[in-house]
Write a protein that binds this ligand. Sequence first.
Ligand code: BG6
Length: 495
Amino acid sequence: MSDTDRRSPPCALVIFGASGDLTARKLLPALERLAAYGALPPEVAVIGVARTPMTDDEFRDYCRERVTGTENPRWADLTTAARYVAGGYDDPATYNRLSEVLDECDRTAGTSGNRVYYFSTPPRLFGPIALSLGKAGLSQPVGDGFVRAVIEKPFGWDEESARELYSDLSSAFSEEQIFRIDHYLAKETVQNLLALRFANSIFEPIWNRTWVDNVQVTVAETLGVGDRGGFYETTGAMRDIVQNHVLQVLSLFLMEPPTSFHPEAIRDEKVKLLRAIRPLETEADIAANAVRGQYTRGGTRDDLMPGYREESDVDPLSHTETFVAMRLEVANWRWNDVPIYVRTGKRLPARVTEVAMEFHRPPQLPLFPSREHNSEPDALIVRVQPDEGLSLRFGAKVPGHAFRVQKASMDFSYQSFEEQSIDAYERVILDALIGDPTLFIRADEVGRCWKIVDPILRYWEHDPRPIPLYQAATWGPPEAAALITRDGRSWRSLT
Ligand code: BG6
């Protein structure tokens, strides 16, 4: 599909949780940009649903106030026509009213019976909303129309609760109607992985165990949990980042080439890869290959950062992990024996998300400069954020009389394109409206990701040892360094 075809069909976009934080911070700004870009024709209408009492006019003002500094006429029209339904999420009256408003939009705006429901509510409401939509007869399309449900992680809390959520959702919607968002998949560089691997012929031949020594995935944040302490206490880094973002990025990075760019062909390959990740099962295996940590107070005198247990809404004796490091293995022909090291955490020294492939070292020739002169391995690095781009690190001779080898880098930056990167929410909203499921997660992927992290979470829950600690603005507890140095390797230096 060319860029100019990327326009929504007629549709009512119903946002549950319309007065909430995600709507204000992400969805409304993304809708404004989509309107500016011409992706939302006049037959697209926005309907907000939430418990907060508001009239249509108050909701319109609310939308305008959340996106300031725009003169975009289509945004002005979209907000002027926006509708609002106030009510409880399990109250049948809310859905009766919603049904009337949807019919009115079909008549007045030409939304043609098409509906996209965006669940921008706390996750515990996903099931009740889906069940209520089903009971009200609003979850299935009429005639040629479409009805879709867009939900965002967490998809459950463990494998079992994910299955329960699936059962609630699927009592109202078929799998093809459910669009599960992982906003990492919509990031420009994550999508570039597909271009890098499958639109070039130079990379794929080295994308395997013959050339690759190890893979390192880093999702590092400098921020702490801020005002999300209550949420984070029940989540932790494993559920917040590894179960979804890390495993999704890994599966795209490591999967086999799909037979086509059809969404199902790509998702089939992702799930095959996830199945090939060997779950850590025995206690000894988990203890040896998974490390958790929690930040304590740290930083500098001028920039002192509180410890996790001092954050608001956090138990002063909390054992929630704010850091995870793991060593995974992929049991397939391409990656057998290539360790996959993963680390993520809050309050680390740098904000960096990257996937790096380190290559085997060259043989040492007699009289050739020794390893000390070329200690860092060659590497291909996909930088997801910030400074989106790609780097190839290799050894080069330092100019001068001596034969000294030092690491040099070939860098590609996304900034070299004139076009601007698209915000992840802009992309997922438009894909959901268009009905392109490529960037959304299928139910079998969700289940597989839980199978990988569940045994580790269960083990940590019962582990009597105190959680390892790390000072804010450091790279995690010492156990994380030990996890990789015992293999004779080290984490990439990112500061
Ligand atoms: C979210 C997590 O899914 O991703 C947050 O809940 C995290 O805890 C965020 O901060 C990171 O996203 P990004 O796009 O800023 O890397």
